[in-house]
Design a protein around this ligand. Sequence first.
Ligand code: 5GP
Length: 178
Amino acid sequence: MKNPQLRVLISDVEIQKRVTEIGAQITKDYKEGDLILIGILKGAFIFVADLARAIHRPVRMDFMGISSYGKGTSSSGEVRVTKDLDTSIEGANIIIVEDIVDTGVTLSYLIGLLHNRKPRSIRIAALLDKPERRLRPVQAAYTGFSIPDEFVVGYGLDYAEDYRGLKDICVLSEGEES
Ligand code: 5GP
C-alpha cells in the first residue's frame, strides 16, 4: 500500500467501555454450566483476552485459526481451518469470539462445523459488525460496534500482519503520493 494513512474510528477508551458492558451482559446471561470462549485467531486475540477478564464467572478458553482473507483487504471467499480446538466442546456453552462479522461467510462455516460437535449452546460475540456487507444471515448475540464498510486495523486487526498492536481501531486508507 502506498503512503498508508490511519484515522481513529473507535478509541481505546470507547473499546474498553463497550467490552466491559459485554462482559457484564455475558456474566448475567450464563448463570450455570461450562462456558468456553473460542477466540478466532489471529484478529480476535486482544478482544478475547479483554473479554475474558470482563466476565465475572469461570470461563475456559480455546482458540481456532481460520484463514479467509489472505494478505489483502478483500475476501477470497475461501475458509480454511489452520488450527483446530484443543478441547472437546460437547455439552458446553460456547461463545465464538470474532473480530469482525463482514460477509458472514467465516462464521456461518464455523457455526456449522462446531454445531456437529454437540455443544449445549452456541453464540457469537463480535467486536465489530459491517452489516452492509452481509452475504450469509449471521447474527451475533453480542456486538461491540456497527461500522461502515471501511477497512480497519488495530486492537488485534491487521493489514498484511501490521498494525495489530494499535490500541485504537483505525481506518486504513491509501493516501496521496507526496
Ligand atoms: P467474513 O467471512 O465475515 O467476510 O470475514 C470475516 C473476517 O474478515 C474477519 O474475521 C477479519 O479477519 C476479516 N475482515 C473483514 N473486514 C476486515 C477489516 O476491515 N479489517 C481487517 N483487518 N480484517 C477484516
